[in-house]
Design a protein around this ligand. Structure first.
Ligand code: GDP
Length: 192
């Protein structure tokens, strides 16, 4: 993974708009405001190719980014924002669920969790559901720069226990300091 050339390709709002290319895809999922855009920007080494959201909960599509003409990174809309109506939550589920269930090109999903927060049921549901579908998943605990070393370890263990995640399977990340970037690249490279 070099990220020499990264382009925004398109925003998908219905299944028929999905790209027909057979390139492998890696998707990124997380609650609104978890730091998903910041993580993706830090990963690809661009300041703001992926929009950092000032307006959580707005209607969004699945945003496709083409990397070095060889694979797609797919930014899934954030979920679980309290002020979003039930209808919007359902429409998130409809398109995303069918994308995750049926997309042959999808190689793995990076599930992003805020290291400061306790295990939330919607995150557990997503992680369990991905497991049931047999979709490989890379859990990332982000914003680790916001906690001291002690708290970081303690919170990481709470999230591990809450979600049934093994310590060796998750990555501690900070979009601010770049911690975890190389580890994430190594984990994703295995799926490409
Ligand atoms: P998204 O809605 O999941 O895409 O979240 P954003 O990437 O827009 O981030 C939400 C807020 O958290 C923004 O104010 C970011 O600057 C901040 N943020 C995201 N990641 C980090 C991080 O690793 N460290 C710190 N300190 N702040 C972060």
């Amino acid at each position: 993974m070099n990220f020499h050339d990264v382009k925004f390709v398109l925003s998908v709002h219905s299944e028929r708009q999905l790209p027909t290319e057979e390139l492998p895809e890696i998707a990124f999922a997380g609650r609104s405001n978890v730091g998903k855009s910041s993580l993706m920007n830090a990963l690809i080494g661009r300041k703001s190719l992926v929009k950092v959201s000032g307006r959580p909960g707005k209607t969004q599509g699945l945003n496709f980014f083409l990397v070095d003409d060889s694979y797609h990174l797919v930014d899934l809309p954030g979920y679980g924002f309290a002020k979003v109506s039930k209808d919007m939550q359902n429409s998130w589920q409809g398109l995303i669920t069918s994308y995750l269930e049926t997309r042959q090109q999808l190689k793995c999903v990076v599930v992003i969790l805020d290291i400061r927060h306790e295990a939330k049921p919607t995150d557990t549901q997503l992680l369990n559901w991905l497991g049931q579908q047999g979709i490989p998943c890379v859990p990332v605990y982000t914003k680790v720069d916001k906690l001291s070393g002690n708290e970081r370890g303690k919170n990481a263990r709470l999230l591990d226990a809450g979600h049934g995640i093994r310590q060796e399977d998750r990555i501690l990340f900070s979009a601010k300091t770049g911690q975890g970037r190389e580890e994430l690249i190594a984990a994703l490279t295995k799926y490409l």
